[in-house]
Design a binder for this molecule. Structure first.
Ligand SMILES: [Zn+2]
Length: 249
């Protein structure tokens, strides 16, 4: 948070004319700062920064508006929208944003989590590994993809395995930064399972690092979230051993 504050150019837009801000100050960022935030993948909070009126518009209204604006972007770039191949692109992109790749912004799409009694008293660690996911970097709007590994120790309830998968997909379908994705999954699992004993490791590739910028196609980014017993070294090591990512953390 602090680090981010130092990156901000604190000149509020619109304050030049009347000297006071009527709404939440909108901070303008210089191009240099914009690139810096993107390249360093700085995020500002665990919660996805959403406006209060985020869901006032219906999905159909959003699709219509995005279609309109995406058509403008393409036109500005000089593309001929009368071409048969390009004609449908603005609408396709709009539908894809709202219904697919950013559908996880809408809490209405959050998977319902069903819990079961832990009848057989399994109180060891449960690890669901190699959950593949696709997300998008919120700084560049290009894909982040990889694998999530999640684990928990039951406090008396167990969760259907497919729900672990669905929760990962839900949070992935937002403009994201990997650190936030990791924490959102971890915190949601803690709340759903009513236990702190949750771990999440994500190993992912960022197309904004691979296909532009530093053009590094081999690196991947690993982030982790350890709660409760998973902060203990032996428990953490057991988890990492299942992932074959043994380290000497
Ligand atoms: Zn990026």
């Amino acid at each position: 948070m602090k680090q981010n504050e130092t990156l901000l150019n604190t000149r509020p837009s619109g304050s030049m004319n009347n000297g006071e801000m009527k709404h939440k100050p909108f901070v303008e960022l210089s191009d240099v700062i914009i690139d810096e935030i993107g390249d360093n993948h700085v995020s500002t909070s665990v919660n996805t920064p959403l406006r209060e009126d985020a869901f006032v518009m219906s999905e159909d209204q959003k699709i219509e508006k995005i279609e309109e604006h995406f058509r403008s972007i393409m036109e500005i770039m000089g593309l001929d929208l009368t071409d048969d191949s390009l004609k449908g692109t603005p609408r396709r992109v709009a539908k894809m944003y709202v219904k697919e790749i950013f559908s996880g912004l809408n809490p209405a799409n959050k998977p319902a989590v069903t819990l079961f009694e832990n009848k057989y008293k399994y109180n060891e660690m449960l690890v669901e590994k190699d959950i593949s996911f696709f997300s998008n970097c919120e700084h560049h709007f290009v894909p982040i993809f990889g694998k999530a590994h999640v684990a928990y120790i039951s406090s008396g309830k167990v969760i259907g395995l497919s729900k672990l998968n669905r929760l990962v997909q839900y949070f992935a379908k937002r403009p994201q930064v990997q650190e936030r994705l990791t924490m959102q999954i971890g915190k949601e699992l803690q709340a759903a399972l009513n236990t702190d004993d949750v771990a999440v490791v994500i190993d992912a590739k960022h197309m904004c690092v691979a296909s532009r910028g530093v053009n590094d196609v081999t690196s991947s980014t690993v982030t982790s979230f350890y709660g409760g017993k998973f902060k203990e070294d032996s428990v953490k090591q057991e988890f990492l051993k299942y992932l074959e990512l043994k380290t000497d953390i």
